[in-house]
Design a protein around this ligand. Structure first.
Ligand code: 5RP
Length: 217
């Protein structure tokens, strides 16, 4: 099965958690785009959605789902998002699409966070995907030096500005065996908005599309 087909299958599997009239947090990326397409086909109508990016907002509005601000909703019943890498404890690397900060805020403000991925994203330990770190533009070089001190190899994401007007450093080679500690350490560096580790607030449930069907973890 192609990776695109697996994304569609896991998006379909996520539909059973979405109810008409609920307040839904919606992530960013191609797997979430498949979810939005499936919501439209199934005719499921959340009361409103809180979106993690301008791109997702545009897609939600295109299928007629009202997009509202997190400042107006209180906590959300459910957040659904993809990930770039998932470990055995449902901890994630996110931010391949650059929406990590809004994604992390919505995950924190949601009672349940369901992550939807295909099996290529799963590893016993977070290790392969370069860690995205959103930085204020004036702190780019300073934060890059701190990443090198932590043993990482930072690279500025070319021609990319986040929805928040910031930059992304993609950092390879960090030791992520203790992702809670690394998340805490990186997020304390002045100039860092947030890093793409979702370890302190991991997913509550991960739906994984495999060749033999959907696995729930
Ligand atoms: C965006 C993200 C996405 O969830 C992540 O990049 C996965 O995207 P895709 O579903 O396209 O593989 O974190 O910031």
């Amino acid at each position: 099965m192609s990776q695109d087909r697996l994304k569609i299958e896991v998006a379909k599997a996520a539909l059973r958690y979405v109810e008409d009239g609920m307040l839904l947090g919606v992530g960013t990326g191609s797997t979430v785009n498949a979810l939005i397409d499936q919501l439209a086909s199934a005719g499921i109508r959340p009361e409103a959605a809180v979106s993690s990016s301008e791109a997702t907002t545009e897609r939600l509005k295109a299928i007629g789902i009202e997009v509202t601000e997190l400042n107006h909703t209180g906590d959300l019943e459910l957040y659904i998002d993809g990930a770039d890498e998932v470990d055995a404890h449902k901890r994630l690397i996110k931010g391949g699409g650059g929406a990590l900060t809004r994604e992390k805020i919505i995950a924190a403000a949601s009672r349940k966070f369901i992550c939807i991925v295909d099996e290529s994203k799963c590893r016993p330990v977070l290790s392969e995907f370069p860690l995205p770190v959103e930085v204020l533009p004036m702190a780019r070089a300073y934060v890059a030096r701190q990443m090198i001190k932590l043993g990482g190899q930072p690279e500025l994401r070319e021609d990319f500005v986040t929805d928040n007007g910031n930059l992304i450093l993609d950092v390879r080679n960090l030791d992520l065996v203790d992702p809670v500690r690394v998340e805490t350490d990186i997020n304390q560096i002045p100039g860092v908005v947030t890093c793409g580790l979702f370890a302190r607030r991991a997913a509550d449930q991960v739906l994984v599309a495999t060749e033999s069907g959907i696995e729930t973890r």
